[in-house]
Design a protein around this ligand. Structure first.
Ligand SMILES: [Cu+2]
Length: 73
């Protein structure tokens, strides 16, 4: 199935471990094919299967960890 790629701006990361924590949590979300989070750019890029989850699900996972996430165009 075709996947879609979404980029999010992340607020609240203060070190590289924060980025790893977000990637680990997103990898556990069903339908996530790949995830790359960088503290330096304050971004997450997530490739997902739109049949299994949505960008809103990604935002929810990130916010449950205590960060703020907003979709970028
Ligand atoms: Cu940190």
């Amino acid at each position: 199935m075709a996947t879609t790629t979404h980029t999010f701006r992340i607020e609240g990361m203060h070190c590289g471990s924060c980025a790893l924590l977000i990637d680990d949590a997103l990898e556990d979300l069903p339908g996530v094919r790949s995830t790359q989070t960088t503290m330096k750019q304050a971004r997450s890029t997530v490739e997902l299967d739109p049949g299994q989850n949505s960008p809103e699900d990604v935002i929810k996972v990130i916010e449950e960890l205590g960060y703020r996430a907003s979709p970028l165009p």
